[in-house]
Write a protein that binds this ligand. Structure first.
Ligand SMILES: Nc1nc2c(ncn2[C@@H]2O[C@H](COP(=O)(O)OP(=O)(O)OP(=O)(O)O)[C@@H](O)[C@H]2O)c(=O)[nH]1
Ligand SMILES: [Mg+2]
Length: 463
């Protein structure tokens, strides 16, 4: 994507398909002129004379054939107080794809270019209205799958993260000016007092960075969903659990052991926490080739899962199969579920509790709907144990940001070592500069065109 800011760009900004209305958006120096050529207001006034930011009723015409294309509402928004800071026109057409398409074509015939994905937001960034972390929040809002993901993205768009980064950047700048001051007087050794303040500043910045980095794992969960694998031997009720969590009959449930052959992945939000739930084939030795592959896949999802829901059958005593599974889940984050408690008890619950020590063990009956609320409570508390959510609404939900923060932290550690080791000041200044660059990459202050293009290519067209 090359930057051709002088172009006026246009795109259909709403989802394709049939809907009540659809919006065509135009941005750039010629936006009003182009829209004016195809729009006729019922008042008879040309668009350029119509008031700013008001809906104007009228028709879109094909100026070549004078054919009426659609009945519309048009808003003219003059820059710089617009989304892109350029002149923007939005045309509300009827939602069918044909009027939208023909309106867009008429606009392009008059010299506008089709916008590339994310180009409106990219212009907002390039024209200085938002920083890069805010631009990325726009993608996250569009893609948000859950309430919490949306909340984090909206907070980022509002500049929550930018404020934190500004604080860090201020500190780095003041460190830099102290160091620079010493460089200007090389004949003097760097003063004791300067060394002390520098050390203090560096450790403060490291602390600020650590707090942000610590939010990254919850942030990632919020963005992608906590990978939660349901594991157990055949017929204990794993697929029934998936269905109960989804509140729909997604997976086949039968009383035949070995019903689930392949893994099933579904996205569900439990009290606002997104989970990616993986129902697996029951683990047992099997001669059946399909089932064997299924069990192999179960092992793989077990390895990759962030959390395991391990299911036992209350009506069966512990078997060798259970013991093999208990070995397999060692060291994993785990919730133990003892299902089918409506049946006559055979399983030694106390023994299971001893095996799992401090891990939560829940008695449940999916047939009677018992135990699900406790499971939800425990899940919620597990994700938000830690002060992360309560005291720190700013979360890192983006891997690129996390990497930049970690790089900044490494550079500061180097700076710290250099300060303590009495290294020459210009070496210290290199480390500080690197930290500043890494932070600058998050906000977009120091970033290459290539990275910018990669980020905006994730957008949909029209945003
Ligand atoms: N009595 C009773 N039966 C249950 C309960 N939960 C599930 N079942 C039954 O147990 C049988 C097996 O359930 P599934 O959910 O298919 O078990 P699974 O663990 O997915 O089994 P595989 O896919 O074969 O590994 C079905 O007949 C369910 O109706 C429960 O709480 N109580
Ligand atoms: Mg199953």
């Amino acid at each position: 994507m090359t930057i051709r800011e002088e172009d006026t760009i246009a795109a259909i900004a709403t989802t394709p398909g049939y809907s009540g209305i659809g919006i065509v958006r135009i941005s750039g120096a010629r936006a009003l002129e182009i829209a004016g050529e195809i729009f006729r207001s019922v008042t008879g006034k040309p668009l350029k004379e119509l008031p700013d930011r008001k809906l104007n009723y009228g028709y879109i015409y094909d100026p070549d054939s004078s054919e009426k294309i659609d009945e519309v509402l048009v808003t003219a928004m003059r820059g710089p107080c617009t989304y892109t800071r350029e002149d923007v026109v939005e045309i509300n057409c009827h939602g069918g794809s044909l009027p939208l398409k023909r309106t867009l074509e008429a606009i392009m015939d008059r010299g506008a270019r089709l916008a590339e994905p994310g180009e409106f937001t990219k212009r907002a960034f390039l024209n200085g209205r938002i920083d890069l972390s805010q631009a990325e929040a726009v993608i996250d809002i569009i893609n948000a799958k859950t309430d919490r993901g949306l909340k984090a993205a909206v907070s980022q768009l509002g500049g929550g993260l930018s404020e934190r980064l500004d604080m860090i950047m201020d500190k780095l700048l003041s460190m830099m000016s102290r160091v620079e001051a010493s460089i200007d007087f090389p004949e003097h050794d760097i003063e004791e007092i300067t060394i002390d303040t520098l050390k203090q500043d560096a450790s403060q910045v490291i602390c600020l960075l650590d707090r942000l980095i610590a939010t990254a794992s919850s942030g990632k969960i919020i963005r992608e969903g906590l990978k939660t694998a349901i594991i157990g031997k055949p017929n204990v009720g794993k697929s029934s659990l998936l269905n109960a969590l989804l509140k729909e009959n997604r997976a086949i449930v039968t009383d035949i052991p070995g019903t689930t052959r392949d893994i099933i992945e579904e996205f569900v939000s439990i009290r606002g926490i997104p989970l990616k739930i993986i129902d697996t084939a029951g683990i047992r030795e099997s001669r059946d080739i399909v089932e064997k592959i299924g069990v192999e896949r179960t092992r793989e999802s077990l390895e990759k899962a962030d959390l395991i829901l391990l299911v036992f059958d209350a009506a069966q005593s512990l078997s060798d199969e259970d013991r093999i599974i208990i070995e397999m889940v060692k060291g994993k984050k785990l919730i133990v579920l003892i299902n089918k408690t409506d049946l006559e008890a055979k399983l030694d619950v106390e023994k299971v509790k001893t095996i799992f020590g401090d891990k939560p063990v829940i008695l449940m009956s999916l047939v009677e709907g018992k135990g699900l609320d406790i499971l939800e409570d425990i899940l919620y508390n597990m994700v938000f144990s830690g002060e992360v959510e309560a005291s720190d609404p700013v979360m890192i939900t983006n891997v690129r940001h996390e990497n930049c923060l970690k790089r900044a932290r490494r550079s500061l550690e180097e700076a710290m070592k250099a300060i303590e080791g009495g290294m020459p000041v210009d070496l210290i200044s290199i480390d500080i500069k690197e930290a500043m660059e890494a932070i600058g990459e998050i906000t977009g202050d120091s970033i290459t065109d290539e990275i910018i293009n990669r980020i905006f290519e994730d957008f949909c067209i029209g945003k």
